[in-house]
Design a protein around this ligand. Structure first.
Ligand code: SF4
Length: 285
């Protein structure tokens, strides 16, 4: 893009190297131990906790916060993972301000909720860093289940199936596993390859293999899977985006937000992408 001022009044340019670094750094750096204790102490451990009722995965929030407050982050992680094996990623990407934290009584009373998402990340990070596994596989069932899609739904299904003693073969159309977590989450929400680390953590239970670059409808059919496996779980996700129906939305250089984020996440040199003019990058970040 030529230097100068566009007719909309936006001046294109390039960010400084440090700005790239800070724009793509962890949006909410993790709590340290002291910060986690202080934050956990703010919880009232409410009866019939509204935060828990607002959590789509119904994690026992007051219980895991109490476990953190009493110096038991591993116990807290177990409480979280029992309900949601993707608790580490959810701690990073959940819109907590519209869910558990919006419902927190501290938000109601003071406009300052307990930092539930940050506490969840604190506990799950410790467990994942130590490779702590809280589940044991049941005796082999002799069944092998096909799971299509190695994104959040597929991984959660595969993990639960593995716990119950089944073997699982996952198929994913893309070269890397993780689905939306790997390709569709803004970089500053999930840094340092966390999506892949979560895939590794989930599959570490054993009995789960993943075949990448294998797409349903292209490399195999549903009938193929039904003939070969005891059951099939379809977890391809909802990767489609709504058409804006704006004029020229299919013009060259225009892409939807999910594809844009996917390209950003794959970029090895952010400064030399064709769309890396400061104006557009700042707007996206
Ligand atoms: S609503 Fe807030 S104070 Fe009450 S249990 Fe949940 S996090 Fe703790």
């Amino acid at each position: 893009m030529a230097q100068g001022v566009l007719k909309q009044g936006i001046a294109p340019g390039r960010l400084e190297p440090d700005q790239y670094k800070s724009n793509f750094a962890d949006l909410h750096p993790p709590l340290d131990r002291h910060e986690a204790y202080v934050e956990a102490d703010r919880c009232y451990f409410c009866y019939d906790a509204p935060c828990m009722n607002a959590c789509p995965t119904a994690i026992d929030i007051p219980l895991f916060i109490r476990e953190i407050a009493t110096g038991n982050p591993m116990g807290a992680a177990e409480t979280i993972f029992e309900q949601n094996i993707s608790g580490g990623m959810c701690a990073r990407v959940c819109p907590t301000e519209q869910l558990c934290e919006e419902a927190c009584v501290r938000e109601e009373a003071e406009g300052k909720p307990v930092k539930i998402g940050q506490l969840q990340r604190y506990a799950t990070d410790i467990a994942m860093f130590h490779g702590a596994q809280f589940f044991e596989r049941a005796a082999p069932s002799g069944k092998t289940i096909a799971v299509v899609g190695a994104g959040p739904a597929g991984l959660a299904a595969a993990h639960r199936l593995a716990v119950k003693g089944h073997d699982v073969v996952m198929f994913d159309a893309r070269p890397k596993s993780g689905g939306l977590n790997e390709y569709g989450i803004a970089s500053y929400k999930s840094t340092d390859g966390f999506a892949q680390r979560e895939v590794d953590y989930v599959t570490a239970i054993g009995g789960i293999s993943i075949e990448n670059d294998k797409a349903l409808g292209r490399d195999f059919s549903l009938e193929d899977l039904q003939a070969k496996y005891s059951a099939v779980f379809l977890g391809m996700g909802t990767g489609g985006v709504n058409a804006l129906r704006a004029e020229n939305e299919d013009a060259s250089g225009v892409s939807n937000a999910v594809d844009f984020i996917a390209e950003l996440r794959r970029a090895t040199d952010l400064a030399n992408r064709p769309w890396a003019a400061a104006s557009s990058l700042s707007a996206a970040a």
